[in-house]
Design a protein around this ligand. Structure first.
Ligand SMILES: NC(=O)c1ccc[n+]([C@@H]2O[C@H](COP(=O)([O-])OP(=O)(O)OC[C@H]3O[C@@H](n4cnc5c(N)ncnc54)[C@H](OP(=O)(O)O)[C@@H]3O)[C@@H](O)[C@H]2O)c1
Length: 252
């Protein structure tokens, strides 16, 4: 059986991607920071896909050394990861000086450092096999700065840039690296930020379909939906001001 490792697989885009891949016959290794969430997610996966092997691994990827620990746990399981999906992430909304330093540190580790280390470790194995693919989840936030959401937007610019760079390097080993840039998606993301989910949010299942279709077609950058593609070409200064007004309004 081929396996996909999905971080942040217990809700939103992560569980939706896990479902699409399971439907295609991949065994799934679901990773999150909560054993309770993982057990619930595995139960629902086992019910939907009784023939698919599902492993769960509890790992808080927002703390130092977690990515290496996760890699070692996969080695212990003795499975080969054919697809790595770096999806786990969260945002912090508010004026930068008011956001707790510890929370920002965690965001930066989860959204940037952990996926970078996982890419490095799994790329080495994939290069040896001359096979494999990586899907890094960035965001349309990658294309502009985001006042009152500053570290989140910056972290997505980082993963977008890093992911596109390693795609270039990986090509000659027959390994594919794709970057997913969803726009506003209906998940727990905004609730966790303390913001109401915008009405126009795309269902996570639809984002996941775009994501796996793009991965299969080996697209460098996958932007789900035409509106998000149009959004990309608006000058970043205009979008920056719009985000500042929007976030400031909802946070007040
Ligand atoms: N929603 C949007 O509008 C949107 C748009 C563009 C990009 N994205 C990106 O999509 C990705 C998934 O977000 P989502 O919208 O699906 O949000 P979500 O529903 O909140 O899902 C986040 C996932 O990440 C996991 N997670 C959170 N902290 C973790 C940690 N420290 N260690 C390991 N796993 C952790 C959560 O699991 P546990 O709580 O069980 O740990 C959960 O499975 C993120 O990278 C986000 O930036 C979202």
């Amino acid at each position: 059986m081929k396996y996909a490792l999905v971080t942040g697989a217990t809700s939103g885009i992560g569980i939706a991607i896990s479902r699409v891949l399971a439907r295609k016959g991949y065994g799934i290794v679901m990773v999150s920071s909560s054993l309770k969430h993982l057990e619930e997610a595995k139960k629902s996966m086992d019910k939907r896909f009784p023939k698919v092997k599902v492993y769960i691994i509890e790992e808080d990827l927002g703390i130092k050394d977690s990515a290496l620990r996760l890699y070692n746990k996969i080695k212990k399981l003795g499975i080969t990861v054919d697809i790595l999906v770096n999806n786990a992430g969260f945002g912090l909304a508010g004026p930068s000086e008011k956001i707790d330093v510890k929370n920002d540190e965690k965001l930066l580790y989860l959204n940037m450092t952990a996926p970078t280390i996982l890419c490095k470790l799994f790329l080495r194995d994939m290069y040896k096999r001359r096979k494999g693919s990586i899907l890094n989840v960035a965001s349309t936030a990658a294309f502009q700065p985001g006042p009152y959401n500053a570290t989140y937007f910056a972290s997505k610019s980082y993963i977008y840039s890093y992911s596109r760079a390693i795609r270039y390097e990986a090509k000659r080993y027959g390994v594919s690296v794709c970057t997913l840039c969803p726009g506003t998606t209906r998940t727990k993301f905004f609730v966790k930020e303390g913001i109401k989910t915008p009405m126009w949010a795309m269902p996570a299942g639809k984002v996941a379909e775009y994501a796996i279709d793009g991965l299969e077609k080996d697209k460098a950058v996958i932007i789900p939906g035409n509106m998000n593609k149009i959004f990309k070409i608006i000058p970043s200064g205009v979008k920056l001001a719009a985000v500042a007004v929007m976030k400031n309004k909802v946070l007040r």
